[in-house]
Design a protein around this ligand. Structure first.
Ligand SMILES: CC(=O)N[C@H]1[C@@H](OP(=O)(O)OP(=O)(O)OC[C@H]2O[C@@H](n3ccc(=O)[nH]c3=O)[C@H](O)[C@@H]2O)O[C@H](CO)[C@@H](O)[C@@H]1O[C@H](C)C(=O)N[C@@H](C)C(=O)N[C@H](CCC(=O)O)C(=O)O
Ligand SMILES: Nc1ncnc2c1ncn2[C@@H]1O[C@H](COP(=O)(O)OP(=O)(O)OP(=O)(O)O)[C@@H](O)[C@H]1O
Ligand SMILES: N[C@H](CCC[C@H](N)C(=O)O)C(=O)O
Ligand SMILES: [Mg+2]
Length: 492
């Protein structure tokens, strides 16, 4: 494809020498002859330092800040070079699926995109989801490493899916992905907001900054005249709705305070819950086979996205009773020797931990035993708050390790325990650094009627120890370990 045609398609002025474009890269080591190179100032490197090497390797154009030195290639300059790069790259990656929707929020993104994919599939659409679990289609799931990989990978993935015949994609818009323009370019029909609570305050200066990063989804990413689905019951919902209105998107609110899908009632049952909802003047009862208020919220936002992009209400609400558990989100992993279920959940924020505990509480006849920790080299302030959530919600908590990365594991556990003084005083808190031992201890301690919750890692397949060149990922899967420990003790 010619550079001049790309610029014309992207609405970018161009009068330089034309060239045949073969690809896009943001890492100079991936540049081949004919590549457009994006040189960005990052947290660890300044991409501008690699411009000369990229041109040497065959880059014909460079997208970079106005003051970057570019010699021997066309310089596309912008104060936000990442945004310009996304705009220029988008027309190169065709085809893309017709219906794209993106989900943002602190918790529930992965669940919501995956539930949206399931609802579409049950309605007969060729659908995929992209996010923390990788790329999921009805045939397979392929891991990508990050929730939102770099923009060139993201766009290439969309094109790959479209070539396989996928027409509907729901993807996760993390705040990192949004603030780094890693997930935009093509036409996004609808966006959704799930909730906002403390996370990533190592990366964003304040909650307001964190929220603003997420709101780029409604302010800029969703197409003009597109739709926005907002979970209405969160403390930040009103503000999110303000952004939707200011942009003039079609607003769909969902939840107890929702206007479009109103949650009238929720009754937990054995392996799921009954939801009573009102939509377009009709009241419906849905047997949702997933437990917990938080899963009901995600499933309803997913339904909102399907309806907002043309789905049929009867088909969509009917399909909700056939939704299946999302990997690592309140996944029932094992049964202890005395019959206590062991659940694995990806709760790694204070709010998520409280939500996971809340979800299980109605099912607990005896005690709720929680095993959890906090990640290293991530937001430190959330640690005591996670401790508080466990202290307030659980009967017994075992603080253990969860990806210590470059930090001393004992120091992380100490910060978590700082939020647990009540529990410690009452003798209900334990500290067992080794995660396998902690899980085994919880299962061994469980008596009939108790439930064990292993939180923080969900679908993750490893324990990350060390950082930089010395980082190691030791294979670790909470579900497998829970099964092994239960098995050793005589459970299953
Ligand atoms: C803090 C953060 O988000 N960093 C991401 C960001 O890095 P950066 O822009 O700061 O890059 P950098 O390493 O400083 O390098 C600057 C530029 O020089 C280029 N470079 C660098 C070295 C070189 O030899 N040659 C070269 O060209 C790099 O490609 C880059 O464009 O852009 C990179 C490329 O897209 C990402 O790999 C990297 O993710 C790091 C590994 C990471 O851990 N990110 C996590 C925190 C993250 O993004 N997580 C969210 C999930 C959050 C959630 O769901 O809650 C996610 O969306 O996955
Ligand atoms: N709607 C919700 N409200 C509160 N907590 C939730 C909600 N949805 C999920 N959670 C909690 O957050 C955890 C992670 O859920 P999920 O993976 O869907 O979120 P995410 O936004 O993709 O997270 P990440 O930012 O790490 O990718 C769940 O295991 C659960 O404990
Ligand atoms: N996307 C999240 C995942 C955290 C998962 C938890 N297991 C941890 O390592 O802290 C992050 O990068 O902050
Ligand atoms: Mg996710």
């Amino acid at each position: 494809m010619k550079l001049s045609s790309l610029c014309a398609a992207a609405g970018i002025a161009f009068d330089g020498p034309d060239a045949n474009i073969t690809g896009f890269a943001i890492d100079h080591r991936k540049v081949a002859p004919g590549t457009v190179f994006g040189a960005f100032r990052g947290a660890r490197f300044n991409g501008e330092d690699f411009i000369a090497a990229a041109i040497e390797a065959g880059a014909v154009a460079v997208v970079a800040a106005p003051d970057a030195a570019v010699e021997g290639a066309v310089h596309f300059s912008d104060a936000e070079p990442r945004r310009l790069f996304a705009r220029l790259a988008a027309p190169f990656f065709t085809p893309v699926p017709d219906t794209l929707v993106a989900v943002t929020g602190t918790n529930g993104k992965t669940s919501t995109v995956e539930l949206t994919r399931q609802l579409w599939r049950m309605a007969g659409q060729r659908a995929a989801s992209i996010g923390t679990l990788g790329i999921t289609t009805s045939d397979e799931s392929v891991s990508t490493g990050l929730t939102t990989p770099d923009i060139a990978t993201f766009l290439a993935n969309l094109t790959g899916l479209a070539r396989e015949g996928v027409t509907h994609v729901a993807y996760e818009a993390s705040s990192h992905g949004l603030s780094q323009y890693r997930i935009e370019g093509p036409r996004v029909s609808a966006g959704a907001f799930t909730n906002l609570s403390r996370d990533h305050l190592d990366y964003h200066a304040t909650m307001e900054d964190y929220f603003a990063a997420k709101m780029r989804l409604f302010d800029e990413v969703v197409v003009d005249g597109g739709a926005a689905v907002v979970w209405a019951d969160d403390a930040w919902s009103e503000k999110a709705i303000g952004h939707v209105r200011a942009r003039g998107l079609q607003l769909y609110t969902v939840g107890g305070k929702g206007e479009d899908i109103r949650l009238l009632g929720r009754a937990p049952g054995g392996l799921g819950q009954k939801l009573e909802i009102e939509h377009a003047g009709t009241t419906r009862v849905i047997d949702l086979p997933l437990i917990g208020a938080y899963q009901a919220a995600n499933a309803l936002v997913a339904a909102g996205l399907v309806l907002a992009t043309g789905g049929d209400a009867d088909v969509t609400f009917d399909a909700m009773k056939r939704l299946v558990t999302v990997r690592g989100r309140l996944e029932r992993a094992a049964i202890s020797p005395v019959g206590s279920p062991v659940y694995v959940d990806y709760a790694h924020t204070p709010d998520a931990l409280a939500a996971a505990i809340d979800a299980l509480r109605p099912h607990v006849a005896g005690r709720l035993i929680v095993v959890f920790g906090a990640g290293g080299d991530r937001d430190k302030g959330k640690r005591p708050e996670m401790g508080r959530a466990a202290s307030e919600g659980a009967d017994i908590a075992i603080v253990t390790d969860d990806n210590p990365r470059g930090e001393a594991p004992a120091a992380i556990r100490k910060m978590v325990l700082e939020g647990m003084s009540t529990m410690i005083a009452e003798g209900r808190a334990r500290e067992i650094g080794d995660r396998r031992e902690a899980i085994g201890s919880a299962i061994a301690e469980a008596q009939a009627g108790d439930i064990v919750l292993v939180a923080g890692k969900g679908h993750e397949q490893g324990q990350i120890i060390g950082s930089g060149d010395t980082a190691r990922v030791l294979p670790f899967d909470d579900v497998t370990v829970a099964r092994e420990m239960a098995g050793t003790l005589g459970g299953k």
